[in-house]
Design a protein around this ligand. Structure first.
Ligand code: C2E
Ligand code: CA
Ligand code: CA
Length: 849
């Protein structure tokens, strides 16, 4: 091949072509040598990358160099070849066939001359023509040669350059020489006497050849330890006499621990004086070390690694795999060779790269690391592994390599994921639960703050869901919730979070800089989506929702705040009527916000014992003696002083806080009972009357709670009277019966303000009626009021119900009530509500009216 190449340049000045020939030879020979020798490498690096890297050294050559596979497709081209063949980059050529780069004439030459010549003699030199983009012909000099293992190599040159002057050629020659000398691999040119003719910079560095004494030194003396010189000299001699190549791996004479694999190839020329050999070296010290580490350091390691059920690997400090245990096949599906040379980053999931990098760094610093990461299997799927990464100290005490053992935890991980899912999702709808929702909102707010974008939170509450639940049963209610969840989910983008955050409450998180208009649109869509009937248990049901929307803003600090504002807006939407939405408006909702503050404070008040119970005496109008007390809760606010129940009871009911609050009052009142019973002259039995709210009524364990309080405070059930309002009574008549079984007394509070009929009350076995203050107020002044009070008292009497008049403020009202036969009175006329001590003091004065 090389003599033909020489022929290629025959037209040039002989003085110049000597160097040119050598340069071209080095390019081709280095490539060919590398191909053969590549197989020897213990650890094969990623093939294409390494091939390209190796070829980078010839890329600087002005001549085009290309390698074509068996089928005539380009597998490598340097930049010059790509340019000569009309491609912007070598990569464009890869995979394409030579057919594509020549016009018919050129392809013809290939078919007719080049290929047959290659088949016959293994080489061809001549001219081929291809057309430029503008159609002008470009004549190329082509030197084609077979490549061992199939395929061919091309050296290409623009034929028009042949007419260049001697000067230009000399310049090129000098440049080539510079290129050789600067080549990134150790390359040495030898004459037939094994004397160095030229050497690349890397070779000079490796062999410690000084620039001035470059030529004429014996290669064996420079590169081969004395003990092996004769063997290597023989090998080289064979190359000179028989052609072919010689490969030998020897230590550097000056550095015995450095091992270099040399590959020598004959360079022949027509003029025998110009013939010689090109010797290319590769430092294999690192590879050697691995080999040695594996053989020497431990047959034990090998034994362990080979038999380990875990995936055991050896890595370069940078993560590249030097060795993988056979278990990699069963665990990951890779053959051992396939893993060798791979980067940990290539194998790991990109989400784990940060972790991998940190762990490699720490391990390279001598610290053992444990990490959970995903490794890719040959199908491109990821499997979870728990990996222990250990530094392996080298002889100098540093970290030479890393060893990893990885255990497949895919199953455990799947289980964890499932558990995590269960903990963060709500089983009925499969939607994220409140915890996860708040977490997502938190993240969105943080991200929004960083990126300067707004986040919207929607609070969605079904209208009158309770009615469905009560009338159709919980099972149907549940199915309705699930169906609603499905519809909401379908309406929003998949990136938006829909969560079930309460019984019939949903949260929707809208991210990515949402405008008021966007959010309104989504809300509209959701409301629309709710319009078609839901078919449940064979019946069509309609349900609407109310939506409140709040946007993140600099002053909104926590996700809880954002959700509360959405909640406030939702309540306002409900006020507007069902099936509406509202956007939270900080000004309009300032009052509502105030209420939110109160709610927070009230919660704290309950925890911090800021609530107290006042008592107001009930007076038996027959005897004029105190026959009981009504417990009335008060809030001692640290800043605002005493807050009246009218201000916070409705709020406590809305939020459900009334439940713990109510039980607390009940317990406290029962505890205080003894203090009243032992004070002064009282009626025969003293009642403790406690207000019960609707929300408490809804608690399934109400009776249990009441029973427990009675037992724990040692209170007879018939001493406790629970006051319920008419409307509560109408809604939950069943509960009254349950409470009656406990044995407590039931009073109807604020009687006359609702619509209950007296006969209905009798069926419910209610014990007492409390006539609302508004009627008592008009006693003796307003005929109508007087008539009502009179009727109530008469009827109640016939039903054997005790009647209490609320709000008795003067003597006149008292005497009127007495004359009407009212049983009990309560009001400022007798005593205002006051703390225990005050009431006890009052009672100790033996009051009588
Ligand atoms: P209520 O059950 O009707 O309680 C009677 C209210 O009338 C009390 O107001 C009492 O101070 C007031 N009052 C008593 N005599 C007179 C009078 O002669 N003239 C006037 N003008 N008012 C009189 P208060 O303590 O402000 O309680 C208001 C409401 O708050 C109560 O109305 C009750 O519905 C609720 N409440 C108070 N404590 C509790 C509690 O512990 N639990 C529940 N669920 N509700 C409570
Ligand atoms: Ca009451
Ligand atoms: Ca009342």
């Amino acid at each position: 091949m090389s003599d033909l190449l020489a022929g290629l340049w025959a037209t040039a000045d002989p003085a110049v072509w000597g160097s040119l020939v050598l340069v071209a030879l080095v390019a081709v020979v280095a490539v060919r040598g590398w191909w053969q020798w590549r197989g020897r490498a213990l650890v094969e690096a990623d093939r294409t990358a390494a091939v390209e890297k190796r070829f980078d050294t010839v890329d600087a050559l002005g001549d085009g160099l290309a390698i074509l596979g068996r089928g005539g497709q380009f597998t490598y081209a340097n930049r010059a070849a790509a340019a000569l063949l009309g491609s912007a980059a070598p990569g464009e050529l890869y995979g394409r066939s030579w057919h594509g780069v020549f016009p018919p004439e050129g392809a013809d030459v290939m078919e007719r001359e080049v290929l047959p010549a290659l088949e016959a003699t293994g080489r061809w030199v001549g001219e081929v023509t291809r057309r430029r983009g503008d159609g002008a012909p470009l004549v190329l000099e082509l030197a084609a040669a077979n490549v061992s293992g199939g395929g061919m190599s091309w050296v290409l040159r623009d034929a028009s350059l042949r007419s260049s002057t001697e000067r230009a050629l000399r310049l090129r020659a000098e440049r080539y020489q510079a290129t050789i000398r600067g080549a990134g691999i150790p390359v040495v040119l030898l004459d037939r006497g094994r004397r160095v003719v030229d050497a690349s910079r890397d070779a000079r560095k490796l062999l410690a050849i000084a620039e001035q004494s470059l030529e004429g030194q014996d290669f064996c003396e420079l590169a081969v330890p004395a003990s092996e010189r004769s063997v290597v000299a023989d090998q080289l001699e064979k190359v000179f006499s028989n052609g072919g190549t010689a490969a030998f791996e020897v230590s550097l004479p000056a550095e015995p621990e450095r091992r270099i694999a040399w590959n020598a190839t004959l360079v022949s020329a027509e003029d025998d004086d110009e013939a010689g050999a090109v010797v290319v070296g590769q430092d294999v010290t690192g590879l050697k070390q691995v080999e040695e580490a594996l053989t020497e350091q431990s047959s034990l390691f090998r034994l362990l690694a080979n038999n380990a059920s875990d995936l055991v690997m050896l890595h370069e400090p940078g993560g590249r795999v030097l060795y993988a245990s056979p278990s990699c096949n069963g665990l990951l599906g890779f053959a051992q060779e396939e893993l060798q040379g791979k980067d940990l980053y290539q194998l790991g999931h990109s989400d784990d790269w940060g972790q991998i990098q940190a762990s490699l760094g720490a391990a390279a610093g001598g610290h053992q690391q444990r990490l959970s990461l995903r490794l890719r299997n040959p199908n491109g799927e990821f499997q979870w592994f728990e990996t222990l990464l250990r530094p392996i100290p080298d002889a100098s005490g540093g970290v030479g390599q890393l060893q990893s053992s990885s255990r497949d935890i895919s199953e455990r991980r799947a289980f964890e994921v499932q558990l995590e899912h269960q903990a963060l999702h709500e089983p009925l709808t499969g939607l994220p639960n409140r915890t996860l929702f708040m977490d997502r909102v938190h993240q969105a707010i943080t991200r929004g703050r960083r990126e300067g974008t707004r986040v919207a939170v929607m609070f969605l509450d079904l209208d009158r869901f309770k009615v469905v639940n009560d009338s159709m049963g919980h099972a149907v209610g549940d199915r309705l919730i699930a169906a609603v969840a499905h519809r909401i989910k379908e309406t929003v983008r998949s990136a938006d979070t829909v969560a079930r955050i309460g019984g019939d409450e949903f949260g929707v998180l809208l991210e990515f800089n949402i405008s008021n208009q966007d959010a309104s649109l989504v809300a509209d869509r959701i409301l629309k989506q709710m319009e078609p009937p839901f078919t449940m248990a064979g019946t069509e049901m309609f349900i609407s929702a109310s939506i409140g929307i709040a946007f993140s803003a600099p002053e909104i600090e926590t996700p809880e705040d954002l959700l509360r504002y959405a909640d406030v807006a939702m309540y306002r939407a409900k006020d507007d009527g069902s099936g509406r939405y509202r956007i939270y408006d900080p000004d309009i909702d300032a009052r509502a916000t105030r209420r939110l503050e109160i709610e927070t404070e009230l919660r704290q008040a309950l925890e911090r014992d800021q609530l107290i119970v006042h008592y107001q005496p009930l007076v038996s109008l027959n005897s004029g003696l105190v026959s009981g007390v009504e417990a009335l809760v008060r809030w001692e606010h640290p800043e605002r002083g005493r807050v009246g129940p009218d201000e916070f009871i409705p709020l406590a009911e809305e939020t459900g806080l009334i439940v713990p609050l109510g039980y607390w009052v009940m317990r406290r009142a029962c505890e205080d009972r003894r203090l009243f019973e032992t004070a002064g002259t009282l009626a025969e039995t003293v009642l403790i009357s406690v207000n019960l709210s609707t929300r408490q009524f809804e608690q399934p364990d109400l009776e249990d709670q009441v029973r427990r309080i009675l037992v724990e405070t040692d209170t007879d059930p018939d001493r406790l009277q629970l006051e319920v309002t008419e409307s509560e009574l109408m809604q939950s008549a069943g509960r009254i019966q349950d409470l009656k079984t406990v044995g407590v007394r039931i009073a109807i509070d604020d009687f006359g303000t609702g619509y209950s009929s007296l006969s209905y009350l009798r069926n419910l076995r209610v014990d007492s009626l409390k006539i609302d203050r508004s009627f008592v107020d008009g006693l003796g002044k307003n005929r109508e009021d007087t008539a009502i009070v009179q009727t109530v008292i008469t009827l109640a009497d016939s039903l054997e119900l005790d009647v209490t008049a609320e709000g008795v403020e003067d003597e006149e009202q008292l005497s009127k009530l007495r004359s009407l036969g009212c049983d009990t009175g309560q009001g400022y006329y007798f005593a205002k509500p006051g703390p225990v001590s005050e009431i006890v003091e009052l009672l100790e004065g033996d009051p009588s009216w």
